[in-house]
Design a protein around this ligand. Sequence first.
Ligand code: 0RA
Length: 640
Amino acid sequence: MTEQKKNYGAEQIQVLEGLQPVRVRPGMYIGSTGSAGLHHLVYEIVDNSVDEALAGYCKHIQVTIEEDNSITVSDDGRGMPVDIHPKMGIPAVELIHTKLHAGGKFGGGGYKVSGGLHGVGASVVNALSTHMVVQVKRDGKLYQQEYWAGSKVSKLEVLGDARGTGSKTQFWPDPTIFDETVYNYDTLQRRFREMAFLNKGLSISIEDKREGQKRKDSFCYEGGIKEFVSFLNANKDPINETVFYYEVEKDGYEVEVALQYTDRYDERILSYANNIHTTEGGFHLVGFKSAMTRTINDYARRNKLLRENEDGLQGDDVREGLTAIVSVKLTNPQFEGQTKAKLGNSEVKGFVETNTAEQFGFFLDENPKQAKVIIDKCLKAQRAREAARKAREISRKTSVLDNTSLPGKLADCSEKDPALSEIFLVEGDSAGGSAKQGRDRKRQAVLPLRGKILNVEKARLDRVLNSEEIKNMITAFGCNIGKDFDISKLRYHKIIIMTDADVDGAHIRTLLLTFFFRFMPQLIEDGYVYAAQPPLFRVKKGKQIWYTYSDAEQEALLAKLKEESGSSKIEIQRYKGLGEMDFNQLWETTMDYNSRTLVRITIEDAASADEIFTTLMGDKVPPRKKFIEDNAKYVKNLDI
Ligand code: 0RA
């Protein structure tokens, strides 16, 4: 035991020397004495080897959880310096392990980057270990020094001759300091995989030698963070083909960025400074984000994907579905924030922003196909955001309205009990007129929708929300939309979409379902939404009349009628639309409780409508053509 340790007493805390403060307040140095702190010890030691790798001298790091739960870290670097420190008069390796903040000061000049969450180094790990053994191979010799609770128990000695160079540290965490002393292989494995991604070409192996849980893994990525992005996107669907990557090193600053977009709606941007995951972000992240927004807007405008008078894409729009890694390395990192996980060096913002804007700009210019896919995704995000904002606006406005101001076009029913009331949403004013005339006034309300208008709107939900028809529906239903939606206020327990049995009708139905799906999904989930089934044909033979609802049904009927004897001729009328029926026919075929067929819309129907809708966004012709083709099927499905 050293002098200082023997003399230590509670009243002398302010005069503690050496490593004693670390043992008194471990939390100040490693964050906690729980599991996180315990694992932190390993990271501190490995970080020193990674520093040696960053300096260009180390290729492989081996981490072992020994059978007795001690940890061994070895590397093939130059070996820790063993020469006598001119001022202190002890070997440098001893200084590194027995004096606070002595690490990292031995860099033989040049560009050096230092990792470690608190940059506390090997001495802190030593102080919090019952026992530590350090071996160094260099100059053809094997050196060793041992410590107990941070104090050396032996001088640095030469054990013998050695080939090659490297450093090896084994330590036993002090169970009187830590609440938790058992290492978790998965935790370490995740961290070292991340480390290997962040330092391309570096190989890190981890092995668990504990009885009953023997395992090992080895990580080495020549592609570095580019492979990290592919790894993160492994279970997602990327939309642009290749992962964008660049690196720039200048004036002691290094930045690396890798990114790829997926079809998802969330963003996943991981930022690092000197290999530390900056969970609170910082100036590198700010620089990256502003570069992305700027570059994408510039590209979109230059290539006429955004018109002059259109609003620019916002940050959230350009990051939807983005997976990215932003990694910076610098000599003097300032870590700030609650958990010291925020990069505070303001000069890094401009550095990252300038380089990212330039390099990502090149990428977009050189890969027009990928650029198009990315910008399309951003434009979709922008429209969805706009739509959501409009929805909130409408819902704010409509909540001010009460039921006394029902839309003028609504022919309401007299029944007040929602469970007994239904509303027909009818395509076109003329069919709307017939429906109003033919309906059961007590229980059936009719709201005509001017389908043409919806059609002309090219299916863009933001504009749909502007439409008078949609606002009318919201007021008629009475239950509001979005987060103000209240099913208990719904005025009709059957909402019946009545559109023509053609492509336009299917289009309008698609729009309505999409609207419900996005803004009132509970209407569908609770089974309140239906599709009416108007007939396709009217067949008259003598005084008898039949209605058929599909081509197959029509053929079967005709076959049967022709088989039957009888002289009267068969009259066939094909309905091109609801408007061709008079009010009696409409009642009889489509609205009468006893003879009609309603198809209840499921959430799956609505979800696929939403998907169809999404492909319709924008002014592209091919998806619209595809929509019309697909809808031939869609109409059939509904008619079954
Ligand atoms: C500074 C100088 C030299 C080696 C190291 C640091 C070093 C430290 C650690 C910690 C773990 N592994 C390490 N490997 C190397 C040597 C400088 C020289 O050879 O001139």
